[in-house]
Design a protein around this ligand. Structure first.
Ligand SMILES: *Cc1c(COP(=O)(O)O)cnc(C)c1O
Length: 221
């Protein structure tokens, strides 16, 4: 239990140090503590240390854990970083504040339907299939321009940023650089990139959100 708090503090220090050394961007990247598979007692440990931004990859699991946690701990910002099915949209909008995995028109239309009823201010990122991998989720780079146009003009659906997961076992720098340049090209503020294995590089290339799980909470089963 203690280890989680120590890990957390160490990661915060790393981020600060790497940021000062490398980042070209002026803004400090924010840490998303990825708490998937970990129970509420573990999560509470770093809420108590001041962490407010968390990530989950499953809607049902997030509802179970965070409905309570959000009631007791105000100003939590919860990010969905896993795929979103259209039949889970209503639940997702209930519990999440940021949806990072927008990747098709159908899901935008569905969100719009439910959004009208909501007062909550939500943010939306597009997941980009940055390595063009057939088995991975996300929009192709070549589809991004038209999709953003459609969101803005046809749907009046503001997109705040992009997220990516680079191909496994490849040097991630190239892909982080591509994502950051896409953000600049399309004037999108947020770049969500970098995980336990590669976050220092993501800072170097201007990530605004890092998604870090196992370096804080330990190995997942
Ligand atoms: C699980 C997950 C993470 C965190 O991974 P770690 O390697 O444990 O830091 C980040 N992003 C996404 C999309 C994930 O599913």
């Amino acid at each position: 239990m203690i280890a989680i708090v120590e890990n957390y503090k160490r990661i915060l220090k790393y981020i600060e140090r790497y940021n000062i050394e490398f980042s070209e961007s002026t803004c400090f990247p924010q840490l998303i503590a990825v708490s998937k598979t970990f129970q509420k007692d573990k999560i509470q440990l770093i809420i108590d240390e001041g962490q407010r931004i968390f990530g989950e990859n499953k809607v049902q699991e997030a509802l179970l854990k965070w409905s309570d946690l959000k009631k007791v701990n105000k100003d939590i910002e919860l990010h969905l970083i896993g795929p979103l099915q259209s039949n889970k949209v209503k639940d997702a909008l209930e519990v999440f504040d940021v949806i990072q995995t927008i990747d098709r028109e159908k899901i935008v239309k569905k969100i719009k339907q439910h959004l009208e009823l909501k007062k909550k201010k939500l943010q939306f990122f597009i997941q980009v299939n940055i390595g063009g991998e057939p088995q991975k989720n996300g929009l192709k780079i070549s589809e991004l321009s038209d999709f953003l146009d459609w969101c803005n003009k046809d749907m009046n659906f503001p997109i705040n940023g992009l997220m990516c997961i680079p191909p496994l076992n490849e040097e991630p720098s190239y892909f982080f650089n591509v994502l950051k340049n896409l953000c600049k090209k399309y004037n999108l503020k947020e770049a969500s990139m970098g995980m336990t294995g590669d976050f220092p590089k993501a800072i170097q290339y201007g990530a605004t959100y890092l998604r870090i799980g196992s370096a804080i909470f330990g190995q997942r089963n």
